[in-house]
Design a protein around this ligand. Structure first.
Ligand SMILES: Nc1ncnc2c1ncn2[C@@H]1O[C@H](COP(=O)(O)OP(=O)(O)O)[C@@H](O)[C@H]1O
Ligand SMILES: [Mg+2]
Length: 206
């Protein structure tokens, strides 16, 4: 017997399938080109130093993926700010390592100058203490500092916004990303400022 549980998704239909043989994730795409891009990047990244879910099955409009469990990076982030239960640096290091491996792998493929595009904290999952990346349909050509600036802007603006704790997190995050990916802190901050303006406009419209 198979039970389907709908998951929070921004663009597509994403379900957790609960079956006797184990769980899997079903992602049904609205756009076929997006699906092609995501599948091709998932296959490229598989087995490299940046962890991604395994592709289990593909149909004309859907990808079945390994279920990595429930914990998103946003869950970790929100809980750690509330409880202070864990130190933040190890997770920042893991995120920087994941991104370094991601850009390295893409740069030596046909996706030469591609970046992740959508780096919101729900697009990283944590399983057994390790970071996995998901959701590659928005990957596009761009500058790495665009991703890094967005990561910093999102870090600051999750609810509750701009707390001292979040400002300290972003300081450490930007320092680490800058060192690891060899991109100046100024370049990251400038992209962060651009994204903060966009976020403000988006929220005003709502
Ligand atoms: N392999 C997976 N394992 C566990 N949860 C997943 C997996 N893939 C997606 N999810 C969950 O479903 C949500 C939506 O998936 P995502 O690929 O980001 O779709 P969308 O592009 O529509 O946002 C994710 O934020 C995550 O919570
Ligand atoms: Mg997503």
């Amino acid at each position: 017997m198979c039970k389907k549980v709908k998951l929070t998704s921004k663009r597509n239909k994403v379900y957790r399938l609960l079956e006797d043989e184990g769980n899997s994730i079903l992602k049904t795409f609205i756009d076929k080109e997006d699906m092609k891009r995501e599948l091709s990047i998932l296959r490229l990244l598989h087995g490299r130093n940046c962890r991604v879910p395994e592709v289990l099955k593909v149909t004309s409009d859907s990808i079945y993926l390994e279920d990595l469990g429930d914990e998103t990076l946003l869950d970790w982030y929100e809980s750690i700010e509330k409880t202070n239960a864990d130190s933040i640096l190890p997770m920042i290091l893991k995120l920087s390592d994941w991104l370094e491996a991601f850009y390295d792998t893409l740069s030596s493929s046909k996706y030469g100058n591609y970046i992740m595009g959508d780096v919101n904290f729900r697009n990283f999952l944590i399983k057994d203490g390790e970071i996995y990346g998901i959701d590659f349909e928005q990957c596009r050509e761009g500058k790495i500092e665009e991703d890094l600036g967005k990561l910093a802007a999102y870090s600051l603006t999750y609810d509750p916004m701009m707390t001292d704790w979040k400002k300290n997190f972003v300081k450490l995050l930007v320092e680490q990303l800058s060192m690891k990916l060899d991109i100046s802190k100024d370049a990251i901050s400038s992209e962060m400022d651009k994204e903060l303006i966009k976020i403000r406009l988006r929220r005003k419209k709502k």
